[in-house]
Every structure is written in C-alpha cells, then in structure tokens.
Design a protein around this ligand. Structure first.
Ligand code: ZN
Ligand code: ZN
Length: 419
C-alpha cells in the first residue's frame, strides 16, 4: 500500500512538469514540455511509452504542464482530466504548437484529435476515482481553471500544488490553503528565494509609467504571455484608468474570448467583460498601424519575444516609447536579450534597440513566504520540491530539512517513495 513518484521532468528545472504517481494505479500528474532548453529547443519528459498508464490529471493549460498530452495518444488511450477552461485553452495552445513546430513535433494532428476526445471534465471540489485512489481539484489561483491536485489513497493524502498563488490578484482570488494535514506534498519552488513586490505599489508604478510615457507622446509595448498575464494587465490598467487606449494582439485575443466563457472561474468577471469591450483587438494591418501611431498601450505575445507580433512592433515605435516586461524571460530568449543587452535577434540578425526597457514582477506564482506558509499549514511527512531551477529547488529542500522536514529536490528520472 505504498505510493511512489517517478519524476519525469520539472526536477531541478522549470519546464516539462510530469510526474508519475504510482499507488494501486498509475496516474500522471501533468505532462508538459520545456519550450526552450539551454539550446533554445523544446525538451520533453522522460519516456514512459512502455508503462501501462491509467489516467492523467492536468493541473492547468500552460504548455509546461499540458503541452505533451497529445503525445500520450501515440501509445495509450487513457482519459485525461482537466477543468473546462484548461481544455479550451490547451486546445488553442496545442494548435499553435502544431503551427510553429510542424514536422519537428513527435505527435501529429491525429494524436491531437485523440487528445481532445479523451478529455474528461473535472470541476473544482469534485472528486473522481482511479481504482482506489481519489483525486480532487481545487482552485490554484494561478490562471483560469488552474488546479491544485489532491490525491488520497489508503487513508493518506498527497497534495500536488501545480503552479499556485495564494495572494489575491485582479482575476483570481488566490488558492485556499488546505486545512488538513497532508502526508506528501509535491510543491512548486519557482520563487523559493524571494517574495514578490507588493501588488498595490507595483500596479501604481506600472500605471504611472504608462501615463508618463503616453503623456510624452510615446507608446508602451507590453510583451506578455497569452494566458493569464495579458488579461491581468488589461484589468490592472482599466482599474486605474478608463481611457488609456489599449491594443491587444497575438494569441491573447483568442484566449481572452475563452476567459469570457467562464464567469465562475474569474474574480471580477463583470469588469473584465466591460474592459474587453473598451479595447481594440488587432485584426488587420490597419489596426497594427494605428496601434504604433500612439500614444497607446500595446499588449502582445510573445511574452519572451520569441516571435509573435510583439517582435514586429518594436521596429515601428517612436523614440518616446518604452518596453515593459511583466513576466519572466528565460535566459537566451529575445526578451532576456533585450533586457540585458538592449538587443534583439530577428532572423539571425542582431537588432540594436535604443528604447528604455523595464521589468516588473507581476508573477502568478507564490513567493517565498507563501511557499513556507503552505508547508507549515499542511505539515507534511514528506516534501518534494519541484518546478524550480537547481538553486531554488535544492536550497528550499535544504531549508526545510533544517526545519525538521523530510524534504528532497529530486533529479530528472528519480523514483521516490512518498509513503
Ligand atoms: Zn503555469
Ligand atoms: Zn509552470
């Protein structure tokens, strides 16, 4: 009656979250990809094609958690569980992956179609069983439909946090800390070494910067992730200013429309709905021209400026303009290069960018204090620190050990006994 965990990814790294939980059944907890490894190439979880699986539980749609689900249907016919928003957004992201990677993908359109067919909806606070193991999803406060996954087996509890945030943001109320003790906690450690800046202060700074730039005749370009961040930025700007002209471009448009389908999954749905009516969805060349004529705010994918319309906009901005990053950029990506070197790589050419560039930390992940809070209140017998780079995951495990917890930062392909 033991529970084991095979770490297929997100072990001392951020990306390709995938864990195989083995109780009386074999269930995947997430099955994602790492979009950019050190060489800028996609990397996949450890091979499990010869393992007899029973199901997959997908915490949320971000590709580092859901991106390899279609590949499951090359070798299995298992059901995968996710909330309805996760399903809808994964659909958009998987189609986009096929468009970008085409024949370099291990899976094809046929596998994608199967993946769409084998989805089983699961709502927050509803339970589902795979043999004698029960699973329950609760709101993780990270993006729309994101869940923490609670498993119970043989009267013992396992909590897999996925990506989570305890703090209230504009569109999500924040995850509730489980009241009961868990036996094994598998926790993300993306920001184990620091706390995020105070939201209120940061929001004000963000909006002030926008107003200042627009007053001087410039445009503010916010390269932002399509899922979660773009929608949050719209709500933040509109909560402070009803009139600033906002243009939304890239995949965020389709994702924002999905957000509107799910009132129950959003905090402040009414205002967000109204906000979307007040902005311009960039649909054609003329819209794009109008956007750069300024003074405007342009929110556009890609968040790390690896392609997407954000990259094109930069050439057309006037000297008074500014680039504001609000999300983390992986080293080696264009977003990172722009922030650290003032350069972009476009079709192998280096483009020097004279515009001021800034980064503001609007993270959708728990900071250090909240990670500790979750560990303390669930008081686990075993803690598995994942979804953090080597330094974050290892140091956090070490800290917890010093506090008396049995904590570990597993390596890729490690097999652990949870209880
Ligand atoms: Zn995420
Ligand atoms: Zn993640």
């Amino acid at each position: 009656m033991t529970a084991k965990l095979h770490c297929l990814g997100a072990s001392r790294e951020v990306g390709r979250s995938a864990f195989l939980l083995q109780t009386d059944s074999r269930v995947l907890l997430d099955y994602g990809v790492k979009i950019f490894d050190e060489a800028g190439k996609p990397t996949y979880p450890a091979d499990i094609s010869n393992v007899k699986l029973d199901a997959a539980m997908i915490s949320h749609a971000h590709l580092d958690h859901s991106g390899y689900v279609p590949n499951l249907y090359r070798f299995s016919k298992i059901p995968w569980y996710g909330t309805p928003p996760t399903y809808d957004i994964a659909d958009i992201l998987w189609k986009d992956t096929m468009k970008i990677q085409q024949h370099d993908l291990p899976w094809t359109n046929a596998h994608y179609k199967k993946a769409m067919k084998y989805w089983h909806p699961i709502m927050y606070k509803h339970k589902t069983s795979v043999r004698e193991t029960t699973f329950e999803f609760t709101d993780a406060g990270h993006i729309i439909g994101a869940a923490m996954i609670h498993a119970s087996y043989n009267n013992k509890k396992i909590l897999y946090t996925g990506d989570f945030k305890l703090e209230h943001s504009r569109l999500h109320e924040g995850a509730k800390i489980p009241k009961e003790k868990v036996d094994a906690l598998i926790i993300e450690t993306t920001y184990a070494d620091r706390d995020h800046p105070d939201r209120k202060t940061l929001e004000k700074k963000f909006v002030d910067e926008i107003k200042e730039t627009l007053n001087e005749g410039g445009t503010v370009l916010c390269p932002a992730f399509a899922v979660g961040r773009s929608q949050e930025l719209i709500r933040i700007i509109r909560a402070h200013d009803k009139d600033v002209p906002i243009y939304l471009d890239g995949m965020s448009k389709a994702v924002s429309s999905i957000y509107l389908k799910y009132k129950k999954y959003l905090y402040d749905y009414e205002n967000f709905n109204r906000d979307l009516d007040s902005i311009t969805f960039v649909d054609n060349l003329q819209d794009r021209k109008n956007a750069t004529r300024g003074p405007n705010v342009i929110i556009s994918t890609a968040g790390m400026m690896e392609g997407g319309p954000a990259l094109n906009y930069i050439k057309y901005l006037n000297r008074e303009s500014k680039v504001l990053f609000t999300g983390y950029c992986v080293e080696g990506t264009n977003g990172w290069r722009l922030q650290n070197k003032g350069q972009l790589r476009v079709d192998k050419n280096i483009l020097e960018v004279e515009l001021p560039v800034e980064y503001m930390d609007f993270s959708a992940h728990a900071g250090r204090t909240d990670l500790h809070k979750l560990v303390k209140s669930t008081n686990p017998e075993k803690v598995v620190c994942v979804h953090g780079d080597s330094a974050q995951a290892e140091n956090f495990a070490l800290e917890l050990k010093e506090m008396g917890y049995d904590a570990v930062a597993p390596k890729f392909e490690d097999k652990l006994t949870l209880f």
